[in-house]
Design a protein around this ligand. Structure first.
Ligand code: GLA
Length: 391
């Protein structure tokens, strides 16, 4: 940790910090819009993290200093109300709220948060914040929660307090991520497994292309896709499918008439994306990175044409990626409608690809994108730290 942070904490709160927790953002290799459809996902934690430095107070007041924004929010943990002006504060309040709902006794705290996960860019800065807070708060207040429960409560805070009806993938990977590994998760059974992905060793890079397109449709259209996909599943169930995981393309085709055009496309995305995740795991096991890349391209096509969650800026990544030598695969990542995409590149192709993307984006009058090369990092953790002058 930046040693200056403990100094800042002392200066702001006139007391010493007791715990430091942090949690990562994520990319998703493949398995998009499958988590809430109880299918498969294959995300990885990234090296960019959000940190939570905190100390207990003797009263019920919670004071949170957001160091990136230079803003403070204070509230009484006995009377938690969502904040209109400081949306970041609602992720912290949501964690207090959900822990209280679970019957845990909480007290007041002083805390400072800061982070490196780009905001609003589809890399799950919100899950990183929620998970860093729940991890730190549990340590500080001696609440013993299993890791899975932490992920589930962080999701519930986002669903029911912040009001975003996300699935479990982002919180799960932020808790369970492992360095240099992708994580396969069955979102129905919650069984999971790690698959090594050492980019350095493979001579590969994963570059995040942040379109800088504000995801204004993300929440309304996201909820609409959830409803459409769940409606389509109801129809497939009448034809004998138990869940999306065991619905075959043959069953889908035979149900085309009953489904209707749009639900058919939504279901086709979910069914084929689940298949692609399983194939991607097979490719990873064999170090078949061009096979993996091909699946990434197919995933984008399906998200663009069947699930209809892409946008011109994200399609540019796919179009350039498809014909750029050294680009193995590329696709949008996260909910879509803006935000980011990922490209799987041979290391030596990185700079050329970035230049080409910049030039093409400019030609089309798109907002200036940002690029981040990511390393695959570790899930949430507590980190020892030194207070100024010793603790
Ligand atoms: C967002 C949600 C996730 C998941 C993805 C799409 O990131 O938070 O739960 O649904 O979109 O795969």
């Amino acid at each position: 940790m930046d040693a200056l942070k403990a100094n800042t904490f002392l200066r702001i709160f006139q007391s010493r910090a007791e715990i430091l927790s942090s949690a990562p953002g994520r990319i998703n290799l493949i398995g998009e819009h499958t988590d809430y459809n109880k299918g498969y996902v294959l995300p990885a934690a990234i090296h960019l993290r959000t940190c939570f430095l905190a100390a207990a107070r003797a009263d019920n007041e919670v004071h949170i200093w957001a160091d990136n924004f230079h803003e403070e929010e204070a509230f009484d943990q006995e009377a938690i109300v969502a904040s209109e002006q400081r949306r970041w504060a609602n992720y912290v309040k949501g964690i207090f709220w959900v822990l209280k709902q679970e019957g845990h006794r909480l007290g007041g705290i002083n805390a400072m948060i800061w982070g490196e996960v780009p905001l609003e860019s589809g890399l799950s800065s919100s899950a990183a914040l929620e998970v860093s807070v729940i991890k730190g708060l549990c340590a500080l207040l001696h609440i013993d929660l299993p890791a899975l429960k932490m992920a589930q409560l962080a999701q519930r805070a986002e669903n029911d307090f912040v009001g975003v009806k996300c699935g479990l993938m982002d919180q799960f990977i932020s808790v369970f991520g492992r360095k240099d590994s992708a994580l396969f998760l069955d979102c129905e059974t919650l069984d999971y497994a790690y698959y090594p992905l050492n980019l350095e060793k493979a001579g590969l890079a994963i570059v995040v292309y942040d379109t800088k397109v504000h995801r204004k449709l993300a929440s309304s259209e996201y909820n609409k896709r959830r409803q459409e996909a769940s409606h389509a599943l109801e129809v497939l169930k009448t034809k004998g499918a138990r869940s999306y995981k065991d619905a075959t393309t043959a069953l889908l085709e035979s149900s085309r008439g009953e489904l209707g055009a749009v639900p058919y496309k939504r279901a086709r995305h979910v069914i084929t994306e689940n298949e692609r995740v399983l194939k991607a795991v097979g490719a990873l096991q064999k170090d078949d990175f061009s096979g993996l890349g091909g699946l990434l391209f197919q995933s984008h096509e399906s998200l663009r044409d069947d699930y209809e969650v892409s946008c011109p800026e994200l399609n540019l990544l796919y179009d350039v990626g498809k014909e750029f030598p050294g680009c193995l695969g590329a696709r949008l990542v996260g909910a879509g409608f803006g935000g980011s995409g990922i490209a799987l590149l041979e290391k030596r192709a990185r700079e050329g690809f970035r230049k080409r993307m910049l030039a093409e984006a400019e030609k089309r009058g798109f907002p200036g994108p940002e690029f981040h090369e990511i390393a695959i990092g570790q899930g949430a953790e507590l980190t020892p730290f030194n207070n100024p002058g010793g603790s």
